[in-house]
Ligand binder design. Structure first.
Ligand code: FEO
Length: 162
């Protein structure tokens, strides 16, 4: 059985993962509107991935006899100044999510909730990848700068994501 504290914290995290999905979907539609189909595809896949993160916690809350409470999802913004600005925000957002996951791990440890601690280890590892991908793409955007031909090449590369 989950403690009330842990149940509430996990429900908040379900909400933040769904917000991440919303944010990346908004970024996908922004890229689509800029005719950057590769970036748009990458973001759409990322949005779907965030939904699976939310559902992982959702299933876990239920498996532990907890109650899922779906909270309102904040609306993300819809416009960015450039691809670089988008990925600056992705990287900052993922660092924030890492902080949230770490806080959940701390809570699980404090409450001696071994099952939640174990479940959250998947997210600890996932956040290493999430930050690595976001910072890696940001670095590539900074290398190619605003040169349209180079940005087109990067768009093509990102469009290869399955
Ligand atoms: Fe669910 Fe991108 O962290």
């Amino acid at each position: 059985m989950l403690s009330k504290n842990m149940e509430e914290a996990l429900n908040k995290q379900i909400n933040r993962e769904l917000y991440s999905s919303y944010l990346y979907l908004a970024m996908s539609s922004y890229f689509k509107s800029m005719n950057m189909d590769g970036f748009a595809k990458w973001m759409r896949i990322q949005a779907n991935e965030e939904k699976t993160h939310a559902m992982k916690i959702y299933d876990y809350v239920i498996a532990r006899g907890g109650k899922v409470s779906l909270l309102p999802i904040e609306a993300p913004k819809a416009k960015w100044a450039s691809a670089g600005k988008v990925f600056e925000e992705v990287y900052a957002h993922e660092q924030k999510v890492t902080g949230m996951i770490n806080a959940l791990v701390d809570l699980a440890a404090k409450e001696k909730d071994h099952a939640s601690f174990e479940m959250l280890q998947w997210f600890v590892k996932e956040q290493v990848e999430e930050e690595e991908h976001a910072s890696g793409i940001l670095a590539q955007i900074r290398i190619v700068g605003d040169i349209p031909g180079h940005l087109f090449w990067l768009d093509h590369q990102l469009g290869k994501r399955e």
